[in-house]
Write a protein that binds this ligand. Structure first.
Ligand SMILES: Cc1cc2nc3c(=O)[nH]c(=O)nc-3n(C[C@H](O)[C@H](O)[C@H](O)COP(=O)(O)O)c2cc1C
Length: 360
C-alpha cells in the first residue's frame, strides 16, 4: 500500500473518504498553495508528519510552463511520495491555460487547479487570478475549455468575489460545476480585502449551498483543530485547505487526523521531533536547490520560530544564514537551547506599520 492508502485504511471516522473527481483523498485537510513556500521540500516534509490530504503547487504561469522555464519546472517538481498533488496554473489568456493543463496531463500530473483568487496586481493585470471573477461568462468558458481538454480532475480556487458588492463565488461555483469542475476551493475573503479583515464563513456557506454535489473546500485563517472544526460545522464545507497555519504548526494535519479521523488525543511533537522537522525540511530543500536553499529557507524562520521553540536570537540567525554549514551550526545551538523564547507569537504574525521606521 502507498502511504496515502495506509493513511486512508487507518481511518475510524464514519465520514467516507472524500473523492475529487476520480481521486480519493487520504484526508479532508489539504495544503493551500503558498507561492514561495509550498515547494516539493515543504510538501514532502509535511506529508512525512502525517494527516495531509491534497497538496497544491505554488501558482505557475501557464505560458512560462509551456515554454519550459526552469523556474516553472522547479515549481512542478514532484516525487511518487508527493501524492495527491494538483498543479495550480494561471493566465489571463484562456488558450494558454488550456494548453498548460493538457501539457500537465500528458506529463503524468493527476490534477490541475485554476487560480481565480490571486489578488496580486501583476497577476490581475494580465486578466488572471481574482480578475477572472469579474467576468462570469469569460471565467466559465475558460473553465469549460480546460475541463473539455483533459481527463484529469480540474478544480478552481477563488475568493468570495472582487469586493463586497460583487460576491460572485456562488454563481461561479454553480456554473463551474455544470461545466464539470471536480471541486472548488474558496478563500472566505474578497479580492478587495487582500489578507485583511476576517474570513466570512457565511460567504463560504453560500458557495457550499450553491453547488449540487461537488466538494467545496473552505479556506482562510484555519490555525487550530478548533478553527477547522468550526469552519466545517458552520459552512458545511467538505474539506479544509490550510496555508499559513501549516507553517505556523506543521503538525496541524496530523493532529486533525488524530482528533477527527481517529477520535484520539492530538499528538504534540517533542522537542527532538521539532528540530528533526526543521533539519528534514532544509535537507529536502538542498536535494533540489543546493546552496540556493539557504536563501529559500530563510523566510520560513519567522513562521517556524515560535512553534519549533527556537530562541529569538537563533531565529534571527536563521533569517540571515548563508551556508549549509552555518545552518547546521545554528541547529546545534537550537538543540542546546530549545524553548528559550520570551514570546510564543510567530514573528511572521507580528504586525509592523508600513514604511520606513522613522515614519511609524
Ligand atoms: C505568501 C502567500 C502566498 C500565496 N500564494 C498563493 C498561490 O500561489 N495560489 C493561491 O491560490 N493562493 C495563494 N495564497 C493564498 C492562500 O492559498 C490562502 O488562500 C490564504 O493564505 C488564506 O488561507 P490561510 O489563512 O490558511 O493561509 C497565498 C497566500 C500567501 C500568504
Amino acid at each position: 500500500m502507498s502511504p496515502a492508502e495506509t493513511q486512508a485504511a487507518a481511518r475510524t471516522s464514519t465520514e467516507p473518504p472524500l473523492k475529487i473527481g476520480s481521486r480519493t483523498m487520504p484526508s479532508r485537510y489539504f495544503l493551500a498553495p503558498l507561492a514561495g513556500y509550498t515547494h516539493l521540500a515543504f510538501r514532502t516534509a509535511l506529508r512525512e508528519l502525517g494527516g495531509l490530504g491534497l497538496a497544491t503547487t505554488d501558482l505557475v504561469q501557464a505560458t512560462m510552463l509551456l515554454s519550459g522555464r526552469p523556474k516553472s519546472m522547479e515549481l512542478i517538481a514532484t516525487t511518487p511520495a508527493d501524492r495527491p498533488l494538483s498543479v495550480q496554473i494561471f493566465s489571463g489568456r484562456p488558450e494558454e491555460v488550456v494548453r498548460a493543463a493538457k501539457w500537465l496531463e500528458d506529463a503524468g500530473y493527476e490534477g490541475v487547479d485554476i487560480n481565480m483568487g490571486c489578488p496580486m496586481a501583476k497577476v490581475n493585470g494580465q486578466g488572471g487570478g481574482a480578475r477572472l471573477m469579474c467576468d462570469t461568462s469569460g471565467a466559465t468558458s475558460l473553465v469549460a475549455g480546460v475541463v473539455n481538454a483533459v481527463q484529469i480532475p480540474v478544480t478552481v480556487k477563488m475568493r468570495l468575489g472582487w469586493d463586497a458588492d460583487n460576491l460572485t463565488a456562488p454563481a461561479l461555483a454553480r456554473a463551474f460545476e455544470q461545466e464539470g469542475v471536480a471541486a472548488i476551493t474558496i478563500h472566505g475573503r474578497t479580492r478587495q480585502q487582500g489578507f485583511h479583515g476576517s474570513v466570512d464563513l457565511e460567504g463560504i456557506a453560500a458557495t457550499v449551498d450553491a453547488v449540487d454535489s461537488i466538494p467545496v473546500v473552505g479556506n482562510g485563517d484555519v490555525r487550530t483543530i478548533e478553527d477547522a472544526q468550526h469552519m466545517r460545522r458552520v459552512t458545511g464545507c467538505a474539506a479544509i485547505a490550510i496555508g499559513r497555519g501549516a507553517m505556523l504548526d506543521p503538525w496541524l494535519f496530523r493532529k486533525l487526523e488524530d482528533v477527527v479521523e481517529r477520535g484520539e488525543e492530538p499528538r504534540e511533537p517533542a522537542a527532538e521531533e521539532q528540530i528533526d522537522f526543521l533539519v528534514r525540511h532544509f535537507t529536502l530543500m538542498t536535494e533540489q536547490h543546493g546552496d540556493y536553499s539557504c536563501t529559500l529557507f530563510r523566510k520560513f524562520a519567522g513562521w517556524y520560530g515560535a512553534r519549533l521553540g527556537i530562541p529569538e536570537d537563533l531565529e534571527d540567525r536563521l533569517r540571515r544564514f548563508t551556508s549549509i554549514e552555518e545552518f547546521h551550526a545554528i541547529v546545534e545551538q537550537i538543540r542546546e537551547r530549545h524553548g528559550e523564547r520570551t514570546t510564543t507569537i510567530a514573528t511572521a504574525l507580528v504586525k509592523v506599520p508600513n514604511g520606513p521606521v522613522e515614519r511609524w
